[in-house]
Ligand binder design. Sequence first.
Ligand SMILES: [Zn+2]
Length: 221
Amino acid sequence: MGGPKPAKATVAYNEIKRRIVTGLYNPGHRLVVDAIADDLSVSAVPVRQAIKRLESEKLVSVEKFVGATVLGLAGNSFREEIEAVAYLESVVASLSVPELTESDLDRLHEIHQMMVDEKDRSVYAHLNSEFHGVMCSRCTNHKLLRMLQELWSGTQVLLESAFVQMPELGPETNHTHLEILDVLTENPSPERMREIVFQHRLATIDVFDRVVERQARLARA
Ligand SMILES: [Zn+2]
């Protein structure tokens, strides 16, 4: 499956994107290919490929003789991406509701408890992805499920970084997950599930609006 090159480019892409989205690289930050390659222990080629992809997402601008500069999230399509997740995931989750097994529910309760106890924000973010994965896993339309999984993998860095950026998102998330668990155990309603999941995902857009605002302030300073 795939040569070593695309894999390394993906690693570089995810890492640089994570640094931009989490504000480690702020707008105006110059991306020095060789330094990043050194840092990630890869050659310059995958780093250049990653920068090209970030340029197409409007997270980075590339100019001749100047090189690559971070633009930040302001011009990025994060809003559309998260909206797409909200629309698709709410349908997939609702189609999954009648098919979830006892052991799926046990696993969801288990992940929820781990999230409540977790202090590390990036572990927390991974657990959140796992929670959503189990919740949607029994969707009867496999085409939709595959589309969602593809969408997830493209937005993983973005969605997970929300928790690192905004720790206050944790209690809100735990609360909503508990609501989801209640629906699934008490009265498994696909309709209710669709509403909750839609709102739960849309809430992330507010988080990124705040991040964009903060990045813009930093860029002006
Ligand atoms: Zn969640």
